[in-house]
Design a protein around this ligand. Structure first.
Ligand SMILES: C[S@@+](CC[C@H](N)C(=O)[O-])C[C@H]1O[C@@H](n2cnc3c(N)ncnc32)[C@H](O)[C@@H]1O
Length: 481
């Protein structure tokens, strides 16, 4: 819409500030807080001067309507209309709808209107049309399953193009008409519609229903190591699920939201969880499968890691937990049951994830070395074995980066210094290995971060701090390529 620049735009915008959402990102996932009793949350993209917006809001006072318009000079007229009418269920955002996923959460919307969007007639500009499939995929993400898109246009060519795009995006079409007002005016007309109707131009209309969601990108992060990675804190603290993070449970072949406790639901004493073998074989089975056990209910660093990672990378996470207390690095090398467990569990997780997501990056996060320190393994030995493990996983799982959370103090003497030095040096020498954080040793001297009952282990608070630092670092590295 080409409009002459308004001279007094700013004071006019200010005068309707109660209808103007200046920072829509802050409402992402919380739009219904503006009207908790609303029946539906709807969005109109490219509302222009807001005739349809305010009349729809007035006709249905129990819905919450958010109007998006890139040109403030047009939008302000809509806001003034809303103010004049004293509406309580409509708000305006001055934004490019291409960024709709920045200000609406997934599945947050019930309905989205596209009224008389610019046709961009030249085919080289097709991707600018608001019904181009890349836009439709964004709408499909923010709309709930079964949510709707209502589309109207006077432009016959744009309409036919859009129907093809809807089909391409698995949108179910219904009530398709190429002459909406053939038997007299139907529904609320927009400003443009009124004009074209007056000129006798047929109006095209179609409703679409979201029947499937586009695949979201997902990164797979494999959490390996010994007891601090398994999660041996004293208590279960935060247990809220992490948004957009999933954990793969091998025993049930399911993706579940990431929350504490993390790991497979088995106990080492065999008293809980589904067992793949008879009871008398449990010790062997555990030895074979080396899995962390969630049933003890301990806090793990995985949730805080994932939360910080997602904040930085803005990518969903699938966490694969394969850690077991008291293991030395030799338990995890190629040819061992530990290695087999990492590879088989991760492969199964990737297969499962690929059904609904596009798997992008694969990372291994390693927190281990305490038992090697106790055993007095040398720096050279540990470096050699860690390089062997990282290289094998790179080949077998196509791991993009082997990332290390540097181990904390356990023996408090030269033995754990050897492991710490090995981890520092190997990250400097190999570009595939990434040091995520060294704060585990700093936390050792702060009692609130240490488990008071089990020497060398972190408290719930300590694991959360460690997870946050490491997850933020990997997320940043991901973002920076
Ligand atoms: C042809 S007008 C139609 C206005 C109104 N829907 C109507 O039917 O009267 C298209 C409107 O979409 C707005 N618009 C175009 N591209 C947009 C985008 N990417 N994000 C938000 N608004 C956009 C334009 O500024 C313009 O006001």
């Amino acid at each position: 819409m080409r409009m002459r620049k308004m001279k007094n735009l700013d004071p006019r915008m200010e005068a309707c500030s109660e209808y103007w959402i200046r920072e829509p990102q802050t409402y992402k996932g919380h739009w219904r807080d503006l009207m908790p009793q609303c029946r539906e949350l709807r969005v109109e993209v490219g509302c222009g001067k807001g005739k349809f917006t305010v009349e729809t809001a007035a006709a249905e006072p129990d819905i919450l309507l958010i109007a998006v318009e890139i040109v403030k000079d047009a939008m302000v007229i809509g806001m003034e209309r809303a103010k004049e009418m004293g509406l309580k269920n409509v708000f305006f955002i001055s934004m490019d709808v291409a960024k709709i996923e920045d200000f609406f959460a997934r599945s947050e919307l019930d309905l989205l209107y596209i009224n008389f969007c610019d046709p961009w007639p030249r085919s080289k500009n097709a991707k600018r049309r608001l019904t181009y499939h890349t836009f439709l995929d964004k709408y499909r993400r923010v709309l709930k399953m079964g949510g709707q898109i209502h589309f109207k246009t006077d432009n016959a060519k744009l309409f036919e193009f859009s129907l093809e795009e809807f089909a391409l995006c698995d949108l179910e079409m219904r009530n398709v008409t190429r002459d909406l007002h053939k038997d007299g005016p139907v529904g609320i007309m927009t400003g443009y519609e009124e004009k074209f109707y007056g000129l006798g131009t047929p109006i095209n209309r179609c409703e679409c229903i979201v029947r499937s969601k586009p695949a979201d990108d997902m990164d797979v992060i494999v959490f390996c190591g010994q007891s601090n990675m398994q999660g041996q804190s004293e208590t279960l603290s935060e247990s809220e699920p992490v948004q957009n993070a999933y954990e793969y449970k091998w025993l049930t072949n399911k993706l579940v939201p990431v929350k504490n406790p993390v790991g497979e639901s088995i106990r080492y004493d065999g008293s809980e969880g589904y067992m793949l073998t008879s009871n008398d074989q449990i010790p062997d089975w555990l030895e074979d499968h080396v899995l962390g056990a969630a049933s003890y209910g301990h806090t793990n660093l995985v949730p805080s890691f994932c939360r910080a990672y997602i904040e930085q990378s803005e990518t969903d996470v699938l966490a694969v937990h394969a850690a077991k207390g008291s293991t030395v690095i030799a338990h995890w090398l190629p040819g061992t049951d530990g290695y087999r467990a990492i590879v088989e569990k991760t492969q199964a997780a990737i297969r499962k994830a690929r059904r609904e997501h596009t798997v992008c990056k694969i990372y291994v996060v390693w927190l281990q070395g305490e038992s090697d320190a106790i055993s007095g393994n040398s720096k050279e030995y540990y470096k050699e074995k860690l390089a062997e493990l990282a290289s094998a996983l790179k080949n077998d799982l196509a791991v993009d980066r082997f990332a290390i959370i540097r181990v904390g103090r356990f023996t408090g003497d030269a033995r754990d210094q050897a492991i710490i030095d090995a981890q520092d040096e190997i990250c400097e020498e190999h570009e595939d290995l990434l040091m995520l954080t060294k704060i585990a040793t700093e936390l050792n001297s702060k009692p609130e971060f240490m488990n008071p009952d089990v020497h060398g282990h972190y408290s719930a608070k300590g694991l959360e701090v460690l997870g946050r630092a490491a997850g933020g670092a990997l997320g940043k590295a991901r973002k920076n390529g």
